[in-house]
Design a protein around this ligand. Sequence first.
Ligand SMILES: [Zn+2]
Length: 71
Amino acid sequence: MKISRLCWICNINIADTAEHALKKTDIVRAYGKGSYHNLGEKQPIHFKNGKQTKLQGANSDVIKNPKDLCK
Ligand SMILES: [Zn+2]
């Protein structure tokens, strides 16, 4: 089980949310809103540490940092 970290800003609450590593507005500008499933061959693919993941949408967890903030 993953140990929960504390929010790095308030240092009180459990970190239960994450900041975007890539800015959501940039992703939306490039690919639009909603699900990227039906973009077919144009569905964006995220590469990190040799792993590739099809991007499901601008709110996908793969483009966020690990959870380090409280909501
Ligand atoms: Zn906090």
